[in-house]
Structures are given as structure tokens and as C-alpha cells.
Ligand binder design. Structure first.
Ligand SMILES: C[S@@+](CC[C@H](N)C(=O)[O-])C[C@H]1O[C@@H](n2cnc3c(N)ncnc32)[C@H](O)[C@@H]1O
Length: 303
């Protein structure tokens, strides 16, 4: 068995408090990997955010509430994806040739005006990323041991829920969408960092299978922590180790509580995270402060 020894690398980490639709701090082609989870369109916990960032969404929402205008729902949904799409386009600019983008997203179900429907966020993101120029790769389904089956959009099967046809399939998976910019990344033959970043056979077999089934992060803590809908460290760790090598630069344009930065530190990658909610800074500091990555240098930049 090949045994590789190396010293722990010093890495650099930046957290930028600002909107990642524009990332002027980053040069074209300077990022090797993006790992992120955006606010999910049509999931109630993110409604306020989308209304606050786009006045057109706020206006259409008022119309929806006032007249129950169904066409407004579709327009709102598209505008939410337009908002995210600007970040995917900016990510495309800053990724290097062969760089990978990993996007954790859930679909949404919702009853609007008494009509229950699916909002397939993974489809819209895939279509938008393809329009931008990304190549779509096979995705991962993250199976979350959460919800009960639903009847007419309510939480669980009730009474007549045993009778066809008005029950719905439960959404118990989220997507981890994978895209590549350009061609395969090129490396020098036997490049040390690449060999030092190898995963084991067991890791490869598990991580490169399509369904990942482990528990979601425990959403105990404070209200503010729940608000970020953090993904488990293990999601970030697998993706960073699958799609980057030690010393690479990893971007998270929707940093939330700082999970990606924390894991980048622990896996010896450099990182840049954008978060526009300044109130999350103490939470981020707490999360990345408790890592064992004592050789990491962190800068927080307020635009
Ligand atoms: C789903 S959370 C990310 C959770 C993160 N993966 C974690 O583990 O904590 C999405 C975050 O994106 C932030 N956000 C939304 N739009 C943004 C933008 N344009 N630029 C920067 N941050 C944004 C929100 O404030 C929110 O904290």
C-alpha cells in the first residue's frame, strides 16, 4: 500500500460580508471548487429573504395575497431562480477550467390558493446552470430521515389518506447537483498534493454512489442557527475531498453558519465564503473557531 507522509499545510480563509451576485474580490478562474446550499425557492423559511432582495418579488407577493393571482406564483418562482442564477453565473466566471460546482438544494411543495404543487428547484437550477455554460454531471440524492408521507399537502396520512388518489409522495431527499466548467482539470504527473489527497477504497465506494443516507445536522441550538439551515459537516467534507486537492481554493457563495469554511480548514484547503447577513458573524466565528485547524489564517472583510 502506498504510504504518503506530509506536513499539515497552512491555509488561508476569507469571509466576505456581502452579496455574492458580484464577487469583485475574485479573479476569473481563481477558484477550484464551489460547495454551497442557497436559500430554497418556495420554502417558507426563505420567503422573507427573497422578498427583501427583490422588490418585484415583494410586489407580486402582495398581489398574490390580495387577489390569489395564480400567475403571480409562477413569476415569483422564476424571479427567485433568477436571483440565484446571478450567483451561478458569477461562480462560473471565477471557477477555473475543470472546476466543479456542488449545489445542495431541496425541491419544495406548497399549497397556494388551495392548490398543492411541487416546485422542482433542482430542475430550474440545472437548466439555469446549463444556460450559463456548465456541464451537468450525475447528481447525488441525500436521503433525509425526516418527513412522514403526506395527504393533501398536510404533514401525514390521515383517515382517507389510505384511499386513492389524493395522497402525495413525500419529499425525503435533497439533491446535491454537480456541474463542471470546461474540460477535465489537468495536473502534473504525480503531483504531490493530488496524491496526498487520495480517498480510501471504502470512501470512494460510499461517496461515489448516488444515494447518501445519513442523518441531517441536528437543528437544536439557537433560533439564529436554525435560520441558516446548516448542512452537516459530512456533506461538505465528502464534496471537498471528492472534488478538490489539498491547497485548492474552495468557494461558498451562501456561507450561512460557516460549515464550508470550517471543513475547508480541517481538510487543508483554502476558502472564501460570502454571507450577506452580518448577524451571522458571531455564529460563523464560533463554528470556525472551534476547529483543530490551528494553522489556518482567517480574515473577515466587510464590504
Ligand atoms: C441555506 S443557508 C446556507 C447554510 C450553510 N450551508 C451552512 O451550513 O450553514 C443560505 C445563506 O445564504 C445567505 N445569502 C442569501 N443570498 C445571498 C447572497 N446573494 N450573497 C451572500 N449570501 C447570501 C443567507 O443569508 C443564508 O445565510
Amino acid at each position: 500500500m502506498l504510504k504518503i507522509t506530509y506536513e499539515r499545510m497552512q491555509t488561508h480563509h476569507k469571509i466576505i460580508v456581502g452579496n455574492s451576485q458580484q464577487m469583485p474580490e475574485l479573479e476569473d478562474g481563481s477558484i477550484h471548487l464551489m460547495v454551497t446550499s442557497p436559500p430554497y425557492p418556495m420554502i417558507a423559511m426563505w420567503d422573507d429573504l427573497f422578498r427583501s432582495v427583490d422588490p418585484k418579488i415583494a410586489k407580486l407577493w402582495q398581489k398574490l395575497v390580495a387577489d390569489g393571482d395564480e400567475a403571480a406564483v409562477r413569476q415569483i418562482y422564476i424571479l427567485m431562480h433568477d436571483y440565484l442564477g446571478k450567483v451561478w453565473a458569477e461562480t462560473y466566471r471565477v471557477l477555473c477550467d475543470g472546476g466543479i460546482a456542488c449545489i445542495n438544494i431541496g425541491d419544495a411543495t406548497r399549497s397556494i390558493g388551495g392548490k398543492f404543487q411541487l416546485f422542482p428547484n433542482h430542475v430550474h437550477i440545472t437548466e439555469n446552470c446549463e444556460k450559463i455554460g456548465f456541464t451537468t454531471l450525475p447528481y447525488i440524492l441525500w436521503k433525509k430521515p425526516t418527513n412522514k408521507p403526506s395527504y393533501k399537502g398536510k404533514g401525514a396520512f390521515l383517515g382517507s389518506g389510505f384511499l386513492p388518489p389524493n395522497a402525495y409522495v413525500t419529499l425525503d431527499c435533497e439533491f446535491i447537483l454537480l456541474f463542471r466548467k470546461g474540460r477535465l482539470r489537468k495536473f502534473e504527473p504525480h503531483q504531490k498534493e493530488r496524491y496526498n489527497s487520495a480517498f480510501s477504497k471504502q470512501e470512494r465506494d460510499e461517496w461515489f454512489s448516488q444515494i447518501w443516507a445519513f442523518k441531517g445536522t441536528r437543528q437544536t441550538a439557537s433560533e439564529i442557527e436554525r435560520r441558516t439551515a446548516a448542512y452537516p459537516d459530512e456533506i461538505a467534507e465528502r464534496l471537498i475531498r471528492m472534488f478538490s486537492v489539498k491547497g485548492d481554493m474552495v468557494l461558498d457563495p451562501f456561507l450561512g453558519s460557516g460549515t464550508t469554511t470550517k471543513v475547508a480548514m480541517l481538510t487543508e484547503r483554502n476558502s472564501i465564503g460570502y454571507e450577506m447577513d452580518e448577524n451571522l458573524l458571531p455564529l460563523i466565528a464560533k463554528k470556525i473557531g472551534c476547529t483543530a485547524a490551528n494553522q489556518a489564517i482567517t480574515k473577515i472583510i466587510k464590504r
